[in-house]
Design a protein around this ligand. Structure first.
Ligand SMILES: CC(C)(COP(=O)(O)OP(=O)(O)OC[C@H]1O[C@@H](n2cnc3c(N)ncnc32)[C@H](O)[C@@H]1OP(=O)(O)O)[C@@H](O)C(=O)NCCC(=O)NCCS
Length: 212
């Protein structure tokens, strides 16, 4: 299977889909979606919308991802140099928060150390529909600490605020961890499998969204 954007095959948004294309109205930074959270090991992180100044941190994040994680996210080996191409990073970070949201998990290992990005979750509205695609990637060293589930939960709440009716995820059939966390979103999920890729659709109304 060749690498693509890791999006549903017939939708394939560009890397910056759901965030700014540099056109249109630039919105204020949505501070209401920036809130701290405690990982399963007790460490505190900040989960917040991405911003233009995150390019360097995002580059560092991509450098930490294992081949396996890249494969699960992009359905192939999307090369590091493509993932960190300056134009791509700029596009992803230049969010206007209107047609979607990119949340990052920021972690500061020590008080006086520079922060790192250790997770990214994206909600991208599918053009002309009340539907959005969701994708999450967590740095390998931080798998299993609850971050993937928490990013999905927060993106689901944002979808509700954005008046989105359905959330869709495209998942490799061998990706049991993501299937597991997606299943936790709601009791009712529409699950279609085609050529090793699952398209899972959940109605936002069915998602139990806890308010913090
Ligand atoms: C999938 C991914 C986002 C999960 O993130 P995470 O932070 O490790 O997720 P969490 O810690 O919230 O939860 C992981 C859950 O999966 C479960 N899990 C892990 N491996 C599993 C497996 N092989 N089979 C079934 N469940 C599995 C864990 O037990 C845990 O369940 P629990 O919360 O009920 O205890 C992360 O592994 C990742 O970035 N993978 C690569 C990118 C990717 O696959 N993205 C999805 C496609 S967009």
């Amino acid at each position: 299977m060749t690498a693509n954007t890791g999006s549903c095959a017939d939708r394939q948004p560009e890397p910056g889909h759901g965030v700014s294309t540099g056109e249109g109205l630039r919105r204020r930074y949505p501070t209401e979606h920036a809130r701290p959270w405690r990982m399963r090991d007790g460490s505190r992180v900040m989960i917040r919308p991405i911003r233009p100044s995150d390019e360097r941190l995002l580059l560092g994040f991509h450098q930490t991802l294992s081949d396996r994680t890249v494969y699960m996210r992009y359905f192939g080996q999307l090369k590091l140099r493509s993932r960190i191409a300056p134009a791509r990073l700029a596009k992803v970070c230049a969010a206007e928060y209107k047609n979607g949201m990119v949340l990052v998990v920021e972690w500061r290992p020590f008080r006086y150390k520079a922060p790192q990005i250790i997770g990214v979750g994206r909600l991208s509205r599918i053009s002309g529909a009340r539907e959005a695609e969701v994708a999450v990637v967590i740095a390998d060293n931080y798998h299993g600490l609850g971050l993937g589930s928490e990013l999905l939960r927060r993106l689901a709440r944002i979808a509700r605020d954005y008046d989105i009716e359905r959330i869709v995820a495209c998942i490799l059939s061998e990706n049991h961890a993501f299937q597991h966390i997606f299943r936790k979103l709601a009791p009712q999920i529409d699950w279609k499998v085609e050529e090793g890729v699952i398209t899972a659709t959940v109605s936002v109304a069915d998602i139990e969204v806890r308010d913090d």
